[in-house]
Design a protein around this ligand. Structure first.
Ligand SMILES: [Zn+2]
Length: 119
């Protein structure tokens, strides 16, 4: 997967764990596939390693990096607008969609980038 999306190597990955269970509880769902805390992406034990999921969670890594207050802002937006209308979730969904579409069209894929650097 990091061959197609080199930037995924920026994050640390864990399977299962307490954050996944807490996240499921907080969102009122037993099906939380991924939770990101700073640089660490916690994936549910049964979650498929889907590129959309990983890119979505990677966007949350960026959001954590962009502002120290991100966790508070995220919680506030979730309380105000709900999970799916939270602007940080909207942003992460959009990022994952655009980024995976870029690879499908051959733009910005690992191979293409290598060729550009070599040439
Ligand atoms: Zn998300």
């Amino acid at each position: 997967m990091t061959e197609r999306y080199p930037e995924l190597a920026d994050a640390v990955y864990r399977r299962g764990g307490v954050p996944i269970r807490l996240g499921g509880w907080a969102l009122g769902s037993s099906h939380v596939s991924g939770i990101t805390l700073w640089r660490t992406i916690f994936l549910h034990r049964d979650a498929r390693l889907d590129e959309r999921l990983l890119l979505h969670e990677l966007r949350h890594v960026h959001q954590f990096r962009e502002a120290k207050t991100f966790p508070l802002r995220y919680l506030w937006q979730s309380l105000r607008r709900g999970y799916s209308k939270n602007p940080y979730e909207v942003d992460a969904r959009r990022f994952a969609a655009i980024r995976s579409r870029m690879n499908e069209s051959g733009v910005f894929s690992g191979e293409d980038r290598g060729e550009e650097e070599g040439g």
